[in-house]
Design a protein around this ligand. Structure first.
Ligand SMILES: *Cc1c(COP(=O)(O)O)cnc(C)c1O
Length: 422
């Protein structure tokens, strides 16, 4: 025992001669912890809410602490015994999301670290082993991968359906079907579904409906008026609007809140105050930005329709879109995201030449910010019920740039395509 102690002492670094051991002033140690924690006697009001950054939430006594623990477990509004359950900043955003997305329908929203985590959590919260899921064939790719991966591993089977089937998807229902998961317009291919008819059928059959409302946002679509039970919003996209923050939300009818809340709490899903604040800031200009995206997108889409290199433009607001009538009936406008199909004889090298010849357009995933984006969309692995048989597909996000600049870029890209051919 003694020899151990001695060996340890021998390993200690020898103090440098003449330097006293480090010792802080005891008053400083107390002050550095307690200073600057008083908000002051005078109320201060700015236009925007402050950012709350918190982990521990403090209580004045044990009885209050106990009450808050119970309120948090019950998913009561603004209850948080620990900041994973929220802070005034995240509560404000969650309430705004529920109010803007669901309108007059009583609803609650949970914030999640990304749009994809909102999708995954929604599916996990409402599906159990043995359940069957109907999912649109045109869903966001990672949502499909989650269904085919995690959900399959946990004994939940998914059938992908043709997004143009409408209420005829009733024929795909099984006794175990628990949910229909929609996205309209579809990712990359922009099919518009007859969501009101699907929701009416599902409700009659006791099946839940969920929709990804990324493309339209509540500015252009009111999914709860169509009858959905819940919607998923990648706040990363148009809500943020500035390509500088990642977040998602799930909005559910009030009656479904306890089940969603349990899934969120049990997994410790939460978002930071700074990120929530950025979404609140972006949200204020969501409506005016959407109108600019719509105008710019349509101008470029109409121009593309007249180009000889383009076989088809996939944009729901164009009269040529196969479900244009449904879009006109159900949506309040169009956003800036659409796709176009090149002629079938265009080669992969020519697609690269088109997408690499850019001055204003940027090349990248995601969309919904102020910037304009282009990308080749290789969807052959992302369709099973409705295999893609068209020519090369290009996705375009019309940002806030002047449309003339985007058309000049595309024109140069089409020229570059011709040089590859020769
Ligand atoms: C981008 C996107 C998501 C995912 O959002 P992230 O915040 O990027 O995870 C979900 N659905 C659709 C339709 C999207 O385009």
């Amino acid at each position: 025992m003694n020899s151990n102690k001695n060996r340890h002492d021998n390993d200690m670094p020898t103090p440098t001669a003449g330097v006293p051991p480090y010792a802080s002033h005891p008053a400083f140690v107390a002050d550095v912890v307690s200073a600057a924690r008083d908000p002051g006697p005078k109320p201060f009001e700015a236009v925007n809410l402050p950012v709350w950054r918190a982990s521990s939430v403090l209580f004045s006594n044990v009885a209050d602490m106990r009450a808050e623990v119970a309120a948090t477990a019950g998913g009561e509004r603004r209850a948080a015994n620990y900041a994973t359950a929220g802070t005034p900043t995240t509560f404000a955003l969650a309430e705004a999301v529920a109010q803007l997305e669901a309108g007059a329908h009583p609803a609650r929203a949970a914030l999640m670290p990304s749009g994809l985590s909102a999708i995954a959590t929604t599916l996990q919260a409402f599906l159990s082993p043995g359940d069957h899921l109907l999912m649109s064939d045109s869903v966001y790719g990672p949502a499909r991968l989650f269904a085919q991966g995690m959900l399959a591993r946990f004994g939940i089977e998914t059938t992908f359906y043709d997004p143009c089937m409408g209420a005829a998807i009733e024929s795909l229902l099984r006794p175990t079907t628990r949910m229909v998961y929609l996205e309209s317009p579809g990712s990359y291919t922009f099919e518009i579904q007859d969501t009101p008819a699907i929701c009416a059928m599902a409700r009659r059959r006791g099946v839940l409906t969920a929709i990804d409302n990324a493309w339209a946002s509540p500015v252009l679509a009111r999914p709860f008026d169509w009858g959905v039970d819940m919607s998923v919003l990648p706040l990363t996209k148009y809500w943020s609007g500035h390509a500088d923050v990642l977040m998602g939300a799930t909005v559910v009818r009030e009656a479904l809140w306890p089940q969603l809340h349990q899934a969120v709490r049990q997994q410790g899903l939460c978002v930071g105050g700074d990120d929530a604040w950025l979404i609140l800031r972006g949200m204020r200009t969501l409506e005016v930005r959407m109108r600019a995206h719509e105008r710019h997108g349509l101008e470029v889409a109409r121009w593309l329709q007249g180009r000889p290199e383009v076989a088809r433009v996939l944009h729901p607001a164009l009269e040529s879109h196969p479900q244009h009538h449904l879009w006109k009936r159900d949506f309040l406008g169009a956003s800036g995201l659409f796709a176009f199909e090149l002629n079938a004889d265009v080669t992969p090298q020519q697609v690269e030449a088109l997408c690499d010849r850019r001055a204003h357009l940027r090349l990248g995933f995601s969309w919904g910010g102020f910037e304009s984006l282009i990308m080749p969309a290789n969807i052959s692995a992302l369709r099973t019920a409705t295999p893609w048989r068209g020519g090369p597909l290009i996705r375009l996000h019309a940002g806030l740039d002047a449309p003339a600049l985007l058309m000049a870029d595309l024109e140069a890209g089409f020229d570059a395509m011709r040089t590859v051919r020769g």
